[in-house]
Design a binder for this molecule. Structure first.
Ligand code: E4P
Length: 217
């Protein structure tokens, strides 16, 4: 399973990239706003911090304007992945861009039939938003399960990128279903490594080690 971080905070991205566990980055207009930085500048900087795909979202809503914005974004670096909304214009732009060899992440997916269309349009990634789905009383993980089944039925190569992740259990469930990628806020990714029994066990081992009076290096 690939782990992407969902942020435009370069300090967080650099810190997580240093663990060797980070496979890519996703951003969106709200995260760019939160960063307080110019969009193109921050995306270019992020692309230099990770080798994997960095999703950068267009804000145009019609086909021609989406392509114009995509041209600017994909010129930033080889690892840019153009993020397009799941609309008919977005799907049309997806088909065009992927046929030219550009990676595309189709975002704001809330149904399995939308995901089916994205796969037909040749999307590199489909981003179903599990947290926002849960928020309105639907089962976000059932959506992932349905998309996995449909993609496997037809051998679609579009990767399921589980988005709008709110806690480690979303990641656990996504991994059990066999989603290809999760994108999560930095705090959720860091939380995956933590367990109170690990902390307590380490504390006890170190206390006993100190009593030996030894050093290793
Ligand atoms: C995905 O690419 C989106 O940026 C993101 O996961 C949205 O998450 P949110 O619902 O927490 O805003």
């Amino acid at each position: 399973m690939k782990f992407f971080v969902d942020t435009a905070d370069v300090a967080d991205i650099a810190d997580l990239a240093a663990t060797g566990l980070l496979d890519g980055v996703t951003t969106n207009p709200s995260l760019i706003h939160k960063s307080g930085r110019p969009f193109l500048e921050v995306v270019k900087e992020i692309c230099g911090l990770v080798e994997g795909p960095v999703s950068a979202e267009v804000v145009a809503t019609d086909y021609e304007s989406m392509l114009r914005e995509a041209d600017v974004v994909r010129a930033l670096a080889d690892n840019v992945c153009v993020k397009l909304p799941l609309t008919l214009d977005g799907l049309k732009a997806c088909r065009k861009l992927t046929s030219e060899g550009t990676q595309v992440n189709v975002t704001l997916c809330f149904s399995a039939t939308q995901a089916l269309l994205a796969a037909k349009a040749g999307a590199t990634f489909i981003s179903p938003f599990v947290g926002r789905h849960d928020d309105v009383g639907f089962d976000g993980m059932q959506l992932i399960d349905d998309i996995r089944l449909i993609y496997d039925n037809y051998d679609y190569e579009t990767q399921i990128l589980v988005a709008s992740v709110r806690h480690p259990v979303h990641i656990l469930e996504a991994a059990k279903i066999g989603a290809d990628v999760v994108t999560a806020p930095p705090a959720v990714l860091r939380a995956l490594a933590r367990h109170p029994l690990t902390d307590r066990g380490l504390e006890l081992f170190l206390a006993d080690w100190a009593k030996t009076g030894q050093t290793i290096a």
